[in-house]
Design a protein around this ligand. Structure first.
Ligand SMILES: [Zn+2]
Length: 208
């Protein structure tokens, strides 16, 4: 399977500048990491336990932060690509789509929601969130598919998509053939070969 990020961030000078200077762990704060890992744990039936975040392109002033979230024992890791939010989708309130709680056998999409402090989502957004409401994190993943997205509703009911993620198995044979000398998605020459996959630390492209 090959996965190429499809999101192109809008260019806003101040936000772009702030992003370029930030590390992955400064953008993806603990409450957001916990929500991502909790969602992964529930979807993939993993043991409880906190996950650690490693930034993969922290020194390169990138507009997208690529990070890996995992534990010492989990058979999976989560690769995330945090990017500047696009304009919010001007649609009906996202909560109208939610339906009832619990996992339905025919569900096309798995959704997880969480409420966090405004400070925990501020670095993900281009405008400061209101300090008077607790923002929502909305995690969505097509059922049976190991990739998804995290959006933030800072309080106005409109989700901003800020992180794309994919869940990769660590205990399967890795990509076949040679490690690509350049990333097929962004053309940077830094594709890394891990035991179970190849991963580009610049854009988050991977091959298993
Ligand atoms: Zn790349």
């Amino acid at each position: 399977m090959s996965y190429g990020p499809v999101f192109v961030p809008s260019r806003r000078p101040a936000a772009t500048e702030r992003w370029r200077g930030s590390r992955c762990d400064e953008v993806v704060l603990p409450a957001v990491r916990d929500a991502l890992w909790e969602f992964t744990r529930e979807v993939h039936n993993l043991e409880p336990g906190p996950a650690k975040l490693s930034g993969l392109n922290d020194t390169r002033e990138a507009e997208a932060k690529i990070g890996m979230l995992g534990t010492d024992t989990a058979p999976l890791c989560l690769v995330l690509r945090a990017h500047l939010p696009g304009p919010p989708a001007a649609r009906k309130h996202w909560r109208e789509d939610l339906g009832t709680q619990g996992v339905r056998p025919q569900a096309a999409q798995v959704t997880g929601i969480d409420q966090v402090d405004p400070d925990q989502v501020a670095p993900l957004l281009t405008e400061p969130p209101s300090q008077h409401v607790r923002p929502w994190l909305i995690l969505r993943s097509p059922a049976g598919f190991a990739a998804g997205a995290l959006s933030v509703d800072p309080g106005d009911g409109l989700p901003r998509r800020v992180i794309d993620f994919a869940v990769l198995h660590l205990n399967r044979p890795g990509a076949a053939g040679e490690r690509p000398p350049r990333c097929p998605h962004c053309n940077q020459p830094r594709v890394r070969r891990y035991a179970a996959f190849d991963l580009c630390p610049d854009c988050g492209w991977f091959a298993t």
